[in-house]
Ligand binder design. Structure first.
Ligand code: HEC
Length: 450
């Protein structure tokens, strides 16, 4: 993408937050050891998945468990395949609420540890173990002082047989709501400890008949509204609390459309995934409504990928009201290669908001912008989603480069859209948000940062 991009306040925000120091300098110190230098990184960035009874194939809690994987660890972290986080670090906004990626310094520490023969170090340097929960609990219930979420919606149960191939389970479940409610937080968890071993990720989408045109998503081929994602969950994630003053609106008759990826747990496991929803008290409406939009190519002939090519597909979404873009979640299948989200402002400026350069179908990350980085965009802004699909042999995940691929639900069909959460606001509120942002960031004019 060799487009000239004038910088406005939003890009300035990105520039400010994107300046992670690449500190590879002055590395003459002694080789890092596991106990002193590496274990703290693994506790922070790996153990969420790499511990006993969790989804990853091996535990990285102790030296003895980690040592045999040293070479593979170096490969995966230098290729930035682990931890799974596929945002291109050289372009767009870099400040996220849920960033689980390694810093350059952490990658460097791990690499030098492996290159030095992965020494253990002094056992006295080993940090105290992380107290991972052994039994099932709701994260936010404790925090909010409640016994449980206000509403729990369970997926239908699924049995993943020992040694079976990965499976995608998409049941649709009624929420049972009989009145509209505002949501302030959501979390998802596998229904049991064993369930954690097989539940790779789970997406819960909210399907409801919108009365507000601004909130509606396109219809599917049968005329049903396409569901907006409520939240995406993958191992290691706690859940989502809405930004202050904003919430999601659930309507009576709404349904949860599940999309759950199960992988092999080494034994037969039956489980149900649970979605826990916390409401604002009745009568206490948040000021802003967050709406999850599908942006990019849709089912209407949008995806057309000939054999043996890399194909770019563009889709456009007009913001009909001022908004804050909260998050970006690319959605493609096995041919998915990359996706970008750009903003074309009403004055013609083009800004790259985010780019995923190494898309991996196994990981459905929703990249949630940090409070002071979430782009504030005036009404009339066009969000441009570009999806690149690699239908050649260079794509290792490609089941067959010699066939044409179009839009479809099956894993071997394709999609090319992003789920993007938008919080809409009036002109006055928008101006206030922009002013507050400038103040927080110490900007006095739009163009100050270059
Ligand atoms: C969100 C969950 C998650 C996090 C966080 C995570 N991993 Fe993984 N990791 C997995 C899963 C699942 C697999 C197996 C599937 C795959 O290879 O993608 C895996 C595979 C691996 C492998 C390949 C193992 C093999 O079979 O060769 C290595 C090495 C690895 N992870 C290292 C790490 C390190 C080091 C970190 C932290 C810096 C980390 N991972 C963080 C989930 C995670």
């Amino acid at each position: 993408m060799s487009v000239v991009k004038p910088l406005g306040i939003l890009a300035a925000v990105a520039a400010l937050s994107g300046m992670a120091p690449a500190s590879a300098a002055a590395q003459t110190a002694a080789a890092p050891t596991f106990t002193k230098d590496v274990a703290p990184i693994f506790q922070n960035k790996c153990e969420a998945c790499h511990r006993p009874e969790s989804i990853a194939p091996m535990s990285l809690v102790t030296f003895e468990e980690s040592r045999p994987w040293a070479r593979s660890i170096k490969n995966r972290v230098t290729a930035r395949q682990m931890p799974p986080w596929h945002i291109d670090k050289t372009i767009g906004i870099q400040d996220f609420k849920n960033d689980r990626s390694l810093t350059d310094k952490e990658v460097d520490t791990i690499t030098r540890w492996v290159d030095a023969g992965s020494p253990k170090g002094d056992p006295k340097d080993m940090p105290a173990p992380v107290p991972w929960p052994s039994e099932q609990g709701w994260n936010f219930a404790r925090q909010f002082g409640q016994a449980a979420p206000d509403l729990v919606v369970k997926s239908l149960s699924w049995t993943q047989k020992a040694g079976a191939n990965d499976a995608w389970w998409k049941p649709v479940v009624e929420t049972g709501l009989t009145e509209a409610r505002w949501v302030r937080a959501i979390e998802i968890r596998p229904g049991s400890v064993k369930g954690r071993k097989i539940t790779h990720h789970a997406i819960a989408r909210l399907q409801q008949k919108e009365t507000d045109d601004l909130a509606a998503n396109p219809n599917d081929a049968n005329g049903n509204p396409l569901p907006g994602t409520f939240m995406e969950w993958a191992v290691g994630k706690q859940g989502e609390i809405m930004r202050p003053g904003s919430g999601k609106l659930m309507l009576p008759g709404s349904k949860i459309v599940w999309d759950i990826h199960y992988s092999n747990g080494g034994e037969d496991v039956t489980d149900q995934v649970e979605l826990g929803i916390y409401f604002y008290p009745k009568g206490q409406e948040p000021k802003f409504r967050q709406v999850l939009h599908l942006m990019g190519a849709t089912n209407a002939g949008g995806v057309d990928i000939p054999p043996n090519v890399v194909k770019a597909t563009e889709g456009y979404f007009v913001l009909r009201e001022n908004g804050r873009v909260e998050s970006f979640q690319p959605h493609m299948h096995l041919r998915g290669k990359a996706m970008s989200m750009e903003a074309i402002l009403p004055n013609g400026q083009l800004q790259v908001l985010s780019h995923v350069s190494d898309f991996n179908f196994n990981w459905h990350n929703s990249y949630v912008y940090a409070d002071n980085a979430a782009p504030l965009l005036p009404k009339g802004t066009i969000l441009k989603i570009t999806a690149w699909h690699d239908n050649t042999t260079a794509n290792k995940a490609n089941p067959d480069p010699n066939v044409w691929v179009g839009y479809g639900d099956r894993t071997v069909d394709e999609m090319g859209h992003a789920w993007v959460n938008v919080t809409y606001m009036s002109d006055a509120d928008y101006r206030a948000e922009v002013a507050a942002r400038k103040q927080t960031l110490g900007l006095t004019t739009d163009r100050q940062q270059q």
